[in-house]
Design a protein around this ligand. Structure first.
Ligand SMILES: Nc1ncnc2c1ncn2[C@@H]1O[C@H](COP(=O)(O)OP(=O)(O)OP(=O)(O)O)[C@@H](O)[C@H]1O
Ligand SMILES: [Mg+2]
Length: 229
């Protein structure tokens, strides 16, 4: 039985219109869904349909033209920039297409930096990072720099980093889009396992229909709206 308390994220009638010049470009036009705790949602759709835009609205990196994003009981439209920054830090872990690891820091440091920056004591942040790096199977690479790691390994570090602040929601934007098939399968499986084992919710954007099938709820984004698939 699901009740409202099991809903983590609620998106209501979201729209996004760009008006770069004379013209109005409507990207999202009435996107609505609810995501439960521990639920995994996948979104596919052709290039340019608005998938990244949707993630940016959920994370408050971009503001909607209409509609509302509600996390637990927090309405994003009511928040100012510092509140949105705090919201992202507390609620969201990101995994992008490219890992965006800091080249001058080791794998372990990359994982624990967000926790340290959020004010967690160095020792406990490092300890949690060590647990996470173990879970992604890369403890032996803790002291290596990103340039010494493969693309797939960097993505696994990025997954661990996304989890360091213990956010309830992971947003992943084509996290394996940069990898060959063998590596992407490993990263995908690990992403799903980690999200599952850590009890997180997931919104995963992907071009890969096989990967999209792994979602508990599956949508395709076309003409500005989500359709079940
Ligand atoms: N600042 C902007 N001004 C005008 N149009 C924009 C702006 N940002 C994005 N767009 C347009 O919005 C549309 C959706 O972009 P978005 O990045 O969300 O697509 P996507 O589904 O993630 O595509 P891809 O699969 O290629 O990553 C695109 O047509 C893009 O050109
Ligand atoms: Mg995109």
């Amino acid at each position: 039985m699901s009740d409202d308390s099991s809903i983590l994220l609620s998106v209501e009638n979201l729209s996004k219109i760009y008006e770069p010049g004379e013209e109005r470009i409507s990207i999202l036009n009435g996107v609505s869904f609810r995501l439960k705790r521990k639920e995994k949602m996948t979104v596919t759709g052709s290039s340019g349909c608005g998938k990244t835009t949707l993630l940016n609205l959920i994370s408050g990196l971009d503001s909607a033209s209409g509609g509302e994003v509600t996390m637990e009981n927090l309405r994003l439209s009511q928040m100012n920039e510092p509140q949105l920054t705090e919201y992202r830090r507390k609620y969201i872990g990101f995994v992008f297409q490219f890992h965006h690891l800091l080249e001058d820091f080791t794998a372990l440091e990359n994982i624990f930096l967000p926790a340290y920056l959020a004010g967690e004591p160095f020792k406990s942040a490092k300890k949690r990072a060590q647990t996470l790096i173990e879970k992604v199977g890369l403890s032996s690479r803790a002291d290596h720099f990103p340039a010494q790691l493969s693309g797939g390994e960097c993505q696994r570090i990025a997954v661990a980093r996304a989890l360091i602040n213990n956010p309830p929601l992971i947003l992943a934007d084509e996290p394996t889009g940069n990898l060959d098939e063998a590596h992407s399968e490993k990263v995908e499986q690990m992403l799903f396992d980690m999200v599952e084992n850590e009890g997180k919710s997931l919104v995963l954007v992907t071009h890969d229909l096989r990967l999209a099938q792994k979602g508990d709820v599956r949508y395709v984004l076309t003409q500005g709206r989500l359709h079940s698939r």
